[in-house]
Design a protein around this ligand. Structure first.
Ligand code: GDP
Length: 302
């Protein structure tokens, strides 16, 4: 239900346009497909994905000898599900260690909802009875440490921090020692998100990762890239940059509730081949949902 509510804007916009299209074109023809392409592109499904999808739709329509435009909707759902299921790495769950500490690193530019996502995940793990610690690795942005502490208090988990301006790698080292001595299950690590100085940011990420890898073989167990769904193609560009800089294992797509362009989920999966693991559907603690493709696609058309 949460999932469905969060997609209201996308669903309404999408189904309004589809219904309008079907009303205007009772019969399927070239113009219908051209307008359909436009609708999908506007929903941020992604240019390449749309072309591929519409090509496949055309073939399917021919093969099944479909005349009525209203029947095309069903095939879209099938094809969207296909796009995902044809991929091997349909790994949407998190790599959580059964024994010992799981370290999750969060990357992404400022403002995308990184701190909020860390808070929400901390809450989720705590609900599951796990002992959680947060590492205040964004030592660059003024207020970032305090903001994480606000979430820490809200959820009831401790934050390991140093002063603003200190070395984030040193914060990580401290946090790992603290997590060990307190026998924590999960360590969620914030990082800086300034993109003005890309080279420095990427170097900093590398250093942070090296410290974690050295302290705990096999860690970080996840590197989650946080992207803001409302930023559309900008989110795609950020994703490409971070993918080049580090081994991103999954994406958290935030603010899906605030956009009518929820098609970005499809574009990300198709064009970047990184699984979307969670979606943010609001600002509250429990507004984070594991991403479920079928729910998502059926949600769009429900
Ligand atoms: P950060 O700079 O990446 O750490 O971003 P923040 O966590 O501070 O989030 C930036 C803003 O986005 C805040 O006002 C959050 O409440 C809001 N936000 C984060 N996630 C979501 C979401 O899933 N939905 C909505 N509607 N707002 C969100």
């Amino acid at each position: 239900e949460k999932f469905k509510d969060g997609l209201t804007k996308t669903r309404q916009s999408f189904s309004d346009k589809m219904n309008d299209l079907v009303a205007r074109y009772r019969k399927v023809d070239e113009d219908f497909f051209e307008e359909l392409e436009e609708v999908l592109i506007q929903a941020d499904v992604g240019f390449d994905t749309v072309l591929e999808l519409v090509d496949e739709l055309k073939m399917e329509v021919k093969r099944r000898n479909i005349q009525e435009s209203s029947q095309v909707k069903e095939i879209i759902v099938e094809k969207l599900v296909d796009i995902y299921e044809s991929d091997d790495e349909q790994i949407t769950s998190l790599n959580i260690q059964d024994n010992g500490l799981t370290v999750i690193l969060f990357v992404g530019v400022n403002g995308v909802g990184k701190t909020t996502t860390i808070g929400k995940l901390a809450y989720k793990f705590k609900q599951e009875g796990k002992k959680v610690l947060l590492a205040a690795g964004d030592t660059f942005r003024a207020g970032a440490i305090e903001q994480l502490e606000v979430w820490g208090k809200r959820v009831g988990v401790d934050v390991i921090k140093q002063n603003e301006g200190s070395d984030p790698a040193a914060v990580m080292y401290d946090a790992i020692q603290a997590a060990r001595s307190r026998k924590a299950d999960i360590l969620l690590c914030d990082t800086a998100g300034r993109l003005q100085n890309k080279v420095n940011l990427m170097k900093e990420l590398e250093k942070v990762k090296r410290v974690i890898e050295r302290e705990i073989p096999g860690a970080p167990h996840e590197v989650l890239l946080v992207l803001d769904a409302t930023t559309g193609q900008n989110a795609m560009i950020q994703a490409k940059q971070f993918k080049e800089a580090t081994d991103v294992t999954g994406i958290v797509l935030t603010k899906l509730d605030g956009t009518a362009k929820g098609g970005i989920v499809i574009a990300i999966r198709k064009e970047l081949n990184i699984p979307v693991k969670f979606v943010g559907l609001g600002e509250k603690m429990d507004d984070l949902q594991p991403f479920d493709l079928e729910q998502y696609v059926y949600g769009l058309f429900a």
